[in-house]
Ligand binder design. Structure first.
Ligand code: ADP
Length: 168
């Protein structure tokens, strides 16, 4: 994994999200984006309309461990600023987001238009969810964990342990 400040010139994308927690669906997008761009920054954001299971620092730790094997991926947190302003400050060309279904499509469309109004130089790149992960969401995972279900194949093993510790 890279440090954000070591970023070299090239095509840089950010993948902003809550990652509460990071799922194997998110990881699949990170891996695929890392092949499309020279550098990818996973940006852990706080969505004001959401209540989180994990703190920003916990989410940062989980994501950092999970992306450690990707040489061109780094992790950062978004503090009191808009994603597009962060993107500008890091010379980012693209925002990566994922689409699982038509609901995601509508939601992502609204975010993409709003971001474009703020800064039309930054493109939103939507990646379709892989068929094996398109049913996965952070909220589904928390629900399964609350009722003692197995999270095998849904999240990285260290995150599965962290969820179970937090919920029990
Ligand atoms: P946010 O609160 O910003 O929506 P999330 O962590 O829920 O943050 O999701 C971040 C991005 O990852 C969103 O674009 C979402 O559509 C996408 N995403 C979430 N789960 C999956 C999945 N299983 N496969 C592909 N993309 C996903």
């Amino acid at each position: 994994m890279k440090e954000v400040n070591d970023m070299t010139q090239g095509r840089v994308a950010i993948f902003p999200g809550s990652f509460d927690p990071l799922t194997n669906g998110h990881l699949n997008l990170i891996e695929r984006s890392s092949k499309l761009f020279d550098e990818v920054i996973v940006l852990i954001a706080t969505n004001t309309s959401k209540q989180y299971l994990f703190s920003l620092e916990e989410r940062r730790r989980h994501v950092t461990e999970a992306v450690a094997t990707f040489p061109n991926v780094s992790v950062d947190v978004l503090n009191d600023t808009l994603v597009v302003h962060y993107a500008r400050s890091k010379n980012v060309q693209a925002l990566i987001r994922g689409v699982r279904n038509t609901l995601d499509f509508e939601y992502e469309h609204a975010i993409a238009v709003a971001n474009r109004q703020q800064d039309s130089t930054i493109e939103t790149v939507l990646l379709y969810a892989d068929a094996s992960y398109r049913h996965l969401s952070s909220s589904l995972i928390k629900e399964v964990a609350r009722f003692g279900g197995s999270l095998d194949g849904m999240v990285p093993p260290t995150i599965e342990v962290a969820i179970k510790e937090k919920i029990q």
